[in-house]
Design a binder for this molecule. Structure first.
Ligand code: ATP
Length: 451
């Protein structure tokens, strides 16, 4: 069972320090959120899980961390300056502004039907670099991480000697001036993307596209997002982005409704072709504009035939914030206890939990207990599995409740038996079962749990 409403998640996130409204003390900044002490851990764990599965566990993907500020030419040749727009309408009565495709013919604010015709609104954040604010100093905050993967294509091929098929993965911030940011962290103006651009021989693209759709839905399942809540949406031809031959969106039932969690697009040879020099000497299949500025041939040579190929690209592109929201929604449970009370438990997969274990001395003022607890914390922390917390509140019941709510898989209690018999009590978050183990077994127990 997942959360009943977005409000429950928002409230938990604020109360326990996962996510805060950005600039809250000045009334907030719309479409921006800050990740607090537990949110940053959850987000980092999700990104690490993605990186592990996309880069470390494969032998055909390299990583990249490119700049956020992007040369105007990149986003010009990519088509973003011309086409990265949403349809904007004004309500003539109350002067509010909306995304036309989200509201129908009535203003959601005042109910008026007196709306302007939709006009394209470019979603990119523009800025100026250097001391002069003129047309020549324009740069953009990237609206997707993908473009700098394409512009680095030759650097990566040359430095790694890759042959097709292979991919380049990147995680990082992207910025979109959304007309109406909403639904908590679902639609925001500053977010992170986890993107893979997977380069394949033209003709093998359809096969690889299907493989990636399958891989990606399996991966979400391994993060705790039930396959039952994911639907594959074939994006209709007339709604495809300018570069796409086919896009399948993984649609998830968020608390506010079903929406896109990840998009998996066949970007063809559009991007490499668009950013390449000497385009007419290459066999580029998509419709591109002539590029008179690039100094690089973005193609790869077939080692057997010596032929230059502009690869097709399959792109699984996921949002970190939407991932966090889906994962929180799936993990959130309200359970009835035997004594008639309720508990909130965040049944996160252990690798995603912000705190891996809480070490709790029975009494907060007992030096022997606290010092043993501290040693155990240090020992477990040094295993590199993530954050281990010394929870020295002296209130075991309250500590259990807190750690249930933030998804800590295990609580380790240090009591007088620990001093006398070298044992600790481990309490399991999901079953609430408690068991006693020897302190010398704790390291291997903990390591095996987070394998
Ligand atoms: P939508 O149709 O919901 O606006 P999109 O089709 O524009 O999304 P893509 O361009 O495919 O999104 O971006 C890839 C991924 O980046 C999305 O699947 C989503 O997870 C994430 N993403 C895109 N825009 C936002 C946003 N404003 N806030 C949070 N995440 C976003």
């Amino acid at each position: 069972m997942s959360a009943k409403s977005m409000d429950e998640l928002v409230s938990l996130c604020k109360r326990r320090g996962f996510i805060f409204q950005s600039s809250e003390i000045y009334g907030g900044l719309q479409g921006m959120y800050d990740f607090g002490p537990l949110g940053v851990e959850l987000k980092n764990n999700l990104k690490s899980a993605w990186w592990k599965s996309m880069v470390y566990e494969r032998d055909d993907v390299e990583g990249l961390d490119a700049s956020i500020l992007t040369n105007q030419l990149v986003l010009n040749y990519s088509g973003h300056e011309d086409t990265f727009t949403d349809p904007l309408v004004d309500c003539k009565s109350c002067k509010s502004r909306w995304r036309a495709d989200q509201i129908g013919d009535t203003c959601p604010n005042c109910g008026s039907k007196d709306l302007t015709d939709p006009r394209p609104f470019n979603l990119m954040f523009k800025t100026n670099m250097g001391p002069l604010e003129d047309e020549g100093s324009i740069a953009y905050l990237r609206p997707e991480t993908a473009q700098q993967i394409f512009t680095n294509f030759k650097n990566i091929v040359d430095s790694t000697s890759r042959a097709l098929p292979f991919g380049i993965a990147q995680i990082g911030k992207a910025f979109r001036n959304e007309i109406t940011p909403r639904n908590f962290i679902f639609r925001v103006r500053e977010f992170e993307q986890m993107e893979l651009e997977f380069f394949v021989e033209p003709g093998e693209d359809n096969l690889w596209h299907d493989k990636w759709i399958e891989e990606r839905s399996n991966w979400w399942e391994s993060q705790g997002v039930s396959k039952k809540k994911i639907r594959f949406l074939e994006v209709p031809k007339d709604e495809l982005s300018h570069y796409s031959k086919r896009t399948v969106d993984l649609m998830y039932e968020f608390p506010h409704g079903e929406e896109e969690l990840e998009g998996i697009a066949n970007r063809t040879d559009f991007d490499l072709g668009s950013h390449s020099k000497n385009q007419d000497q290459l066999n580029i299949q998509s419709k591109i504009r002539k590029n008179s500025d690039s100094n690089s041939r973005l193609a790869i040579q077939n080692k057997d035939t010596n032929e230059w190929i502009v690869p097709f690209v399959i792109e699984p592109s996921a949002g970190v914030e939407r991932g966090v929201l889906a994962i929180l929604n799936e993990a959130y449970k309200v359970e009835k206890l035997e004594d008639g009370k309720e508990r909130i438990v965040l049944a996160l997969k252990p690798h995603l939990s912000p705190i891996k274990a809480a070490v709790i001395p029975l009494k907060k003022n007992n030096d022997d207990l606290v010092s043993l607890a501290k040693n155990i914390k240090d020992e477990l922390q040094s295993l590199g599995k993530g954050r281990v917390l010394l929870e020295n509140t002296g209130n075991i019941g309250k500590s259990y409740r807190k750690h249930d709510e933030v998804g800590t898989p295990m609580c380790i209690t240090i009591d007088f038996d620990s001093l006398e018999n070298n044992t600790v009590t481990i309490r399991d978050r999901d079953s609430m079962d408690q068991k006693t183990i020897q302190i010398q077994e704790l390291t291997s127990y903990f390591s095996n749990f987070f394998k």
